[in-house]
Design a protein around this ligand. Structure first.
Ligand code: GRF
Length: 227
């Protein structure tokens, strides 16, 4: 499918938004069918919100701590669980209110619970995530740092880490990969240099992976075989 129909996406961010910016740039150049209809952040100061505003994309700030979900410093585990479940359920409502075709997590640093994923699955809205590691290697945060440390200790298999775009499921960073790119570590390289190289590659992968997910989405809707 060379020219997919206009496709509405919501992007979830938590920080700088350089991967969001790659999607914004693609939507005005190589991917004219890509319509970013909302950017949602769980951090008020996320620079990605400014990037969205500059591109006239509607934004939303969905706040967990010290908001209506979780009092700052809440220690009771059951209150924490209840607060997070309600937060995720309301995030699903917020996302679905815009009727996106696809949700892209681009540096979204909050583990999404079934109370978020299930309503989206019910509406056939896939969620994809960018993770700077190879499938099953370094789930969760600080993936680059952990791969670098293993490489320095001679424990990184084949001396390679990587980046992937995968479907998001409740098990952190374990959904079916859509696109995987290996990154060869270099012995004389600092962590900052590896991180910079990975970020540069991420900005390509986020666009390529989103383009692939969009094609799979429309193939699924048109009933044609998914490659
Ligand atoms: C990226 O490195 C992403 O892999 C990680 O957080 C970073 C987000 O960067 N989860 P940005 O906010 O897109 O610039």
């Amino acid at each position: 499918m060379h020219n997919p129909p206009p496709t509405k996406i919501t992007v979830l961010i938590s920080g700088n938004g350089s991967n969001l910016q790659a999607l914004i740039d693609a939507s005005t150049t190589t991917m004219p069918h890509l319509q970013i209809i909302r950017v949602i952040s769980n951090r008020k100061q996320a620079y990605g919100l400014s990037r969205a505003e500059k591109a006239s994309i509607p934004t939303a700030y969905h706040n967990l701590i010290a908001g209506k979900y979780l009092a700052a410093g809440e220690k009771d585990p059951s209150a924490q669980l209840r607060g997070r479940e309600k937060y995720d359920a309301d995030l699903a409502d917020l996302v679905l209110a815009d009727s996106p075709d696809l949700v892209v997590c681009a540096g979204w640093l909050h583990i999404l619970a079934p109370s978020f994923l299930e309503p989206l699955i019910a509406k056939n809205v896939p969620v994809i995530n960018l993770h700077p590691a190879l499938p099953g290697m370094y789930d969760g945060i600080n993936a680059i740092e952990r791969a670098y440390a293993d490489f320095q200790n001679g424990k990184l298999e084949n001396g390679r880490t990587g980046i992937m775009i995968h479907y998001l499921i409740s098990e952190v960073d374990r959904g079916t990969p859509i696109l995987v790119r290996e990154i060869e570590c270099k012995s004389e390289e600092t962590l900052e240099e590896l991180t910079e190289r990975i970020h540069e590659q991420e900005h390509q992968i986020i666009v390529e992976g989103t383009a692939m997910a969009i094609i799979k989405l429309w193939e699924g809707r048109n009933g044609s075989p998914q490659k």
